[in-house]
Design a protein around this ligand. Sequence first.
Ligand code: FES
Ligand code: FES
Length: 174
Amino acid sequence: MKRSLGRELIFMAIQTSINGKPVALAAEPDTPLLWVIREELGLTGTKFGCGIAACGACTVHVNGEPTRSCSLPVSEVAGKSITTIEGLKSADGTLHAVQQAWISAQVPQCGYCQSGQIMAAVALIEKTGSPSDAQIDEAMTNICRCGTYPRIRKAIHAATGQAAKAAKPAEGGA
Ligand code: FES
Ligand code: FES
């Protein structure tokens, strides 16, 4: 459904699902999904970094695929299922295994990139089961300015039940 407002903005009611709940998003069709998630829905766990699909701070799942929401027009999620960092925990509030591993490994430094990192890691684990270091390095293209990459690898291995592997040195290691 479209309606025209006085400022001649065209809004579209976009039916979708956010964290398991059906919602109708009222937004201009080309609005980046990130803005709708943060500004309309108030789900501010998903962060803005670069705005050009380069850093991964804005990563959410769209039909289970890790997706950079800063560069995805909201019109493209009609009829799809979106999961944000707020939707990872179970109904009783238990954190996802990856979130728990992140805490145990004390992964975050400043924390800004970490919800995107966790969303990327969850998608990787759901796809591969127990990713190797090489698979982690290939799939986890999210940027961390604090250089938490070794702890990210450690937490992913811990979340998948692997023995913690010695992390390879990474640029700006922390
Ligand atoms: S803010 Fe979306 S990839 Fe950087
Ligand atoms: S923890 Fe600071 S940018 Fe990643």
